[in-house]
Design a binder for this molecule. Sequence first.
Ligand code: SF4
Ligand code: MG
Length: 321
Amino acid sequence: SAPILEVENLTKHFPLHGGLLQREVGRVHAVDGVSFTLARGETLGLVGESGCGKSTTGKAILKLTDPTSGTIRLKGVDITHLSRAQMFPHRRVMQVIFQDPYASLNQRMRVKDIVAEPLGNYEPDSSRAERLEKIAALFDRVGLRRDALNRFPHEFSGGQRQRLGIARALAVNPEVIIADEPVSALDVSVQAQVVNLMMDLQAEFELSYLFIAHDLAVVQHISHRIGVMYLGRLVELAPKRELFRNPQHPYTEALLDSVPVPDPRRRRKRAVLRGDVPSPINPPKGCHFNTRCPLAFDRCFHEAPPLREVAPGHMAACHLR
Ligand code: SF4
Ligand code: MG
């Protein structure tokens, strides 16, 4: 079937001003020509170090920031240039879960009202009692006690607040969830609980997830496919197992080094990541990875490698593949 979400050549550049006259002194290439699709019921993990553009990609899809160019299609509809009002019916289809559940919840509202708020926008004809019953049922589903409905967010643990965030997102029956580092602020044991909950909910409600994280270990369990971003570009995109077993981009290999391998005999010699991520302001010409790549050669410094299929369903952007 057709993908539920299609991102085509998405680019987001911010002009950077400086000096006495505040002239444009450079451009931040936050997102630089990113393309991917998300299938119904699929989880696509989007991974990369901070500043790689993964959050900006999520924000552009959610229309929280306007892309410089490119196209975003939701269920076949081009939503790239829709106004707030035009976006209203589509917004319901696509909900967000943020990294810091505490910061994203209004501290002065009772949690039942926080969760009910989006529902009220989309089901104005429903009675308050109906909405409350729906929310109570959602609380059961996400593992929160019903007597918590009257509490305030600060009375909840980090994991419980993320369950609240999930309940709030689910209240309007979405089909796509953009989850921007949803478990990064949580303890490892709690991370696993929230990830498992998200997987159960995905199966039950046929949800599609774009799951953004800064390391592969977090997305390993939940993802069907994984996309790796580096300095605004998607450098590799592959089914999960394929990416772990047969990485094709030197950056992915380096990232895999940081994921613990259970059997040390299976550990192979991989590229060690040297240096820091260069600034996204006026990034290196050619391949963005050329300043850190142990395999870089002449061509890498003047020609950007396109993302292309190197095996069925496996894309990589490297001149050596
Ligand atoms: Fe390394 Fe060149 Fe491949 Fe970029 S294109 S990852 S610099 S070998
Ligand atoms: Mg981020």
